[in-house]
Design a protein around this ligand. Structure first.
Ligand code: FMN
Length: 191
């Protein structure tokens, strides 16, 4: 089993005109459990969400350009951390932990769960409340990118705060400065 998924280069053109993507943006909680995302779609999704689109720049803004959010990608084959520089997924756990990411019935059935995990040690000079405000704002921009990409591609997605955060953080062996902010479920809608 390979410990890395090398993503094909993301396709940076195409998709729906942005106004049509806005028109279609919504939360979906019904997923075709038999249909995985192909590698190109996964690549495009991750790049659109939080990829590198210019020198030191990302597809979503972040306060002071701290880029403190990491994407942990839960697939059937395991849990991976997205490396936006190499545009690869590095395996952290060779286990299907999708069901651990939430309490709702569709969790663990949809092919992809993307956990947004903030390394708050990168946010300095702020009060504890300021850290939370900043990193949740940064989280929201990435989530909206996911929503708009999914709207463009005919994928179903929902941002989720209903997460057993303590159990999941322990299972992922997160450091105390790493916090799980939101998790976004992604898949094809059930027909
Ligand atoms: C911060 C946040 C947390 C959310 N948490 C959940 C959740 O845990 N489970 C869920 O099914 N939907 C969750 N949602 C989705 C909202 O319920 C949804 O966005 C809202 O009902 C509006 O529907 P729409 O996205 O289709 O416009 C969350 C949305 C946000 C912004």
């Amino acid at each position: 089993m390979s410990t890395q998924i090398i993503l094909p280069p993301a396709q940076r053109t195409g998709g729906l005109p942005v106004m049509e993507a806005f028109a279609r943006r919504r939360s979906g909680r019904d997923f075709d459990t038999a249909r995985d995302l192909d590698l190109q779609t996964l690549s495009n999704l991750l790049w659109a969400s939080w990829g590198i689109n210019r020198t030191k720049g990302r597809t979503a803004p972040s306060s002071h350009n701290r880029q403190e959010i990491e994407l942990y990608v839960f697939l059937k084959s395991g849990v991976y951390c997205y490396d936006p520089v190499q545009h690869v997924l590095n395996m952290l756990f060779e286990e299907d932990l999708r069901a651990m990411t939430g309490t709702q019935p569709f969790v663990g059935q949809a092919p992809v769960e993307i956990a947004l995990i903030s390394d708050t040690s990168k946010i300095t000079g702020k009060t504890p409340q300021g850290v939370i405000e900043s990193t949740y704002a940064d989280t929201g921009f990435i989530c909206e990118n996911i929503y708009l990409f999914c709207a463009s591609e005919g994928l179903s997605t929902v941002a989720r705060a209903l997460i057993p955060k303590e159990e999941l953080a322990a299972r992922l062996a997160l450091r105390s400065e790493q916090i799980i902010t939101l998790i976004q479920t992604v898949g094809y809608p059930s027909l």
